[in-house]
Design a protein around this ligand. Structure first.
Ligand code: URA
Length: 255
């Protein structure tokens, strides 16, 4: 186990602490609260490079130290990647003086400085929202050049026709003259459709469907790139991404 107390630059050139307290490091994974981490460390269940460590305040470099709890390896990431099932009625913002924000729904132990939503969902839109403090990934996922697929389920007043599907596929022009990239529109059942976009303009799904005479009654995002809401995350809940999900996101970004 190496102990180093120096600051080093991260991917964005920000100076970050190279070593972390063991209890903070375990809590950062989202699997334990800081209190639970302290307890399990004092119980002798944590090893660092194979040796039992019982002092939660001990600092290690998580990038070079092999940690395990009860013998199972602990994967640590310098950045937080959180998946939220956004409920209706909260703003996709980090702070607001008048309305609750998505950040207020993130449990204390998963919060980090710089944590921010990737893109935005309207206040009344529900579903998948990614939050991260990895600024480079946030920026890359929103870049118009990336064309990351975002899939929405929309309850509509009306029924999707063949010509609506064709118009979406050809690339719609909105009423204010905004040109949209080609998008997929599928009818799921009468009054319910699936929309797949590769960009994220303001109120885009609602405006695209409205311009086909199909007003949206409610909207839910069900996937973004390799991430999907699988139905196990209740509305308003947040969970850290699995390592395979983080790997898939970073691979999409060519990292
Ligand atoms: N399109 C919309 O109209 N609203 C959202 O929240 C997301 C996409």
């Amino acid at each position: 186990m190496r102990e180093q107390g120096r600051l080093c630059p991260d991917r964005e050139g920000k100076r970050v602490e190279k070593t972390l307290r063991l209890d903070k490091l375990l809590a950062d994974t989202g699997r334990w609260s800081r209190k639970e981490a302290r307890t399990l460390i004092r119980q002798g269940r944590l090893t660092a490079d194979g040796a039992v460590v019982r002092q939660p305040e001990n600092r290690v470099d998580p990038e070079t130290t092999a940690l395990a709890v009860d013998g199972a390896p602990v994967r640590w990431s310098r950045y937080a990647y959180l998946l939220m099932n956004k409920p209706a009625g909260v703003l996709t913002a980090t702070e607001d003086r008048h309305a609750p924000t998505v950040l207020a729904l993130v449990p204390e132990e998963l919060r980090r400085p710089g944590l921010a939503p990737v893109g935005r969902l309207d206040r009344d839109t529900t579903g998948l929202l990614l939050l991260t403090d990895d600024g480079a990934l946030n920026h890359a996922l929103l870049s118009p050049k990336r064309h990351v697929d975002k899939v929405y389920l929309a309850r509509i007043n009306g029924t999707v026709s063949r010509s609506d599907v064709d118009a979406f596929r050809a690339g719609l022009t909105l009423e204010d003259g905004t040109a949209c990239l080609p998008a997929e529109l599928e009818s799921v059942e009468p009054g319910l459709c699936r929309v797949t976009l590769r960009e994220g303009k303001f109120h885009q799904v609602k405006r695209m469907l409205a311009c086909r005479g199909l007003p949206v009654l409610s909207l839910r995002r069900v996937s973004m790139g390799p991430l999907t809401l699988d139905g196990t995350l209740p509305e308003g809940a947040v969970r850290p991404l699995e390592q395979s999900e983080i790997d898939a996101l970073l691979a999409l970004m060519g990292r």
